[in-house]
Design a protein around this ligand. Structure first.
Ligand code: GDP
Length: 440
């Protein structure tokens, strides 16, 4: 699903790789790539433009977190906006009425009959309903037969009248039977056409007028791209449907329909179809879909956790200390704790794209941290604040106290000193810029 789009978005975010901050220029460049990816996926031009403009604006106004990279932050913002684009929240079916009447509409081949069966099965098994299916496709006897077969398969009654060519009469008779038999949900399958056609629209509008459905679900093949959106517009103008159903998302779809429908017709996607079998139906969750499209759900949760932990005041304090070369072992320890709060190290590393797979079999244990912690905890407070005091005899004492090797203590002190030097250098913008220029 959406493999192409996912790959292209992945490439777009590579623009930010190695960049230390989010700037007007690198955001613009990334968004140019994102927009191209969306257009290639058949997303409507206006939708794609509005989308990238919003992401850009949000990115430039965002706090920069020390613990995540600009690329990761941008992925998170893009993810949130994709979710919003697809409607934000999941919209449930309105099932309070008894009986609830659901009208199914769409072009031929979109998957209406299949979806009618899937929906009946879903309502029966997941919602404890007692549905009745009405076969309203009077032009295709095969469609009526198909619905009957599906009904048998899922053990849901099907109302059909092979001798009638009057969809309104069939719907009315079906509803009467449902009421008599105590069916609390009625799903009416209808006839489609190969393309938008006035007669079909009139007919389904008449069925709507005579049955007063509580839900009108517009079924559309997600593989049809821009056409899906145009068809949605035409059906919505005529029927004012309550929700869309995207079928065939198991195929090699480019994703444009999923991304544009909500913003173009302002109707939620309520279900997706992911196969021909009766259980291949899913409630549509915009957030899950966004993370599937980006293929970076893990980065998103990484940034979320970092945002949760981020304390602006503390960060400012830390910056000040670094500038004055006063970053000490106490600060280091509290940074370690911050990282630990975000979760287990292996999980965190695994969330970085590309690293996850590579790390699968590597055994990093959180004990690496424990060693460092033990060493720092064996220092006196004076030593933590002034690491330069730690001479050979103090090193030996710390090693003994922490139960770690002297070489480990030496390594940590060396790493800490190097880190301090780096931090100091980078905290001075002029030096940092000079260093960057000298980099290959
Ligand atoms: P209708 O003309 O709108 O009633 O469409 P049908 O329900 O007859 O479906 C048309 C074809 O699409 C059939 O071969 C279905 O098996 C197939 N189909 C429907 N939904 C899906 C889906 O979600 N995934 C896949 N792969 N095929 C589907």
């Amino acid at each position: 699903m959406f493999d192409n789009l996912s790959d292209k978005l992945d490439r777009a975010f590579k623009v930010l790789k190695g960049q230390g901050s989010i700037t007007e220029i690198n955001v613009a460049e990334t968004m140019k790539e994102v927009r191209k990816a969306l257009l290639d996926a058949d997303v409507n031009y206006k939708t794609a433009k509005a989308f990238t403009d919003t992401v850009k604006e949000k990115a430039l106004g965002m706090n920069v977190l020390t613990s995540v990279s600009p690329g990761q932050l941008m992925i998170k913002i893009t993810n949130d906006e994709l979710t919003a684009l697809m409607g934000g929240q999941t919209e449930e079916l309105e099932l309070k009425q008894n009986p609830t009447i659901i009208l199914i509409a769409g072009l031929n081949g979109a998957g209406k009959t299949t979806f009618s069966g899937k929906l009946a099965n879903y309502l029966k098994t997941k919602k404890g309903k007692k549905p009745l299916l009405i076969a309203g496709d009077v032009y295709r006897p095969a469609a009526i037969e198909q619905l009957k077969v599906l009904g048998e398969q899922i053990d849901v009654p099907v109302f059909a009248d092979l001798n009638s060519k009057d969809p309104i009469g069939i719907a009315q008779a079906g509803i009467a039977q449902a009421k008599q038999n105590g069916n609390n949900v009625i799903i009416i399958d209808t006839a489609g056409r190969l393309a938008i056609d006035e007669q079909m629209m009139n007919e389904i509008a008449a069925v709507k007028a005579s049955t007063n459905p509580h839900e009108i679900l517009f079924v559309v093949d997600s593989m049809t791209g821009q056409d899906a959106v145009n068809t949605a517009k035409a059906f919505n103008n005529r029927l004012d449907f309550t929700g869309a159903v995207l079928t065939k998302l198991d195929g090699d779809t480019r994703g444009g329909a999923a991304l544009s429908i909500k913003s173009v017709v302002n109707k939620p996607i309520k279900f997706i179809g992911t196969g021909e079998k009766m259980d291949a139906i899913d409630v549509f969750y915009p957030d899950r879909m966004a993370s599937r499209i980006l293929g970076m759900g893990d980065v998103v949760s990484l940034v979320e956790r970092a945002q949760m932990q981020f304390d602006e005041k503390e960060a400012a304090e830390l910056q000040k200390k670094i500038r004055k070369n006063k970053f000490d072992f106490n600060d280091f320890l509290s940074q370690l704790n911050q990282i630990k709060k975000m979760g287990n190290i292996k999980d965190l590393m695994g969330m970085i794209p590309g690293v996850g797979k590579a790390m699968k079999d590597v055994d990093i244990d959180d004990n690496a941290f424990k060693g460092i912690e033990a060493i720092i905890q064996s220092m006196t407070n004076q030593e933590r604040e002034n690491p330069e005091l730690i001479n050979t005899s103090r090193r030996n004492r710390i090693a003994k106290g922490s139960g770690r090797d002297l070489t480990e203590v030496n390594r940590l002190l060396k790493q800490f000193e190097d880190m301090r030097k780096m931090m100091k250098m980078f905290s001075n913008p002029a030096t940092a810029a000079k260093m960057m220029r000298n980099m290959p």
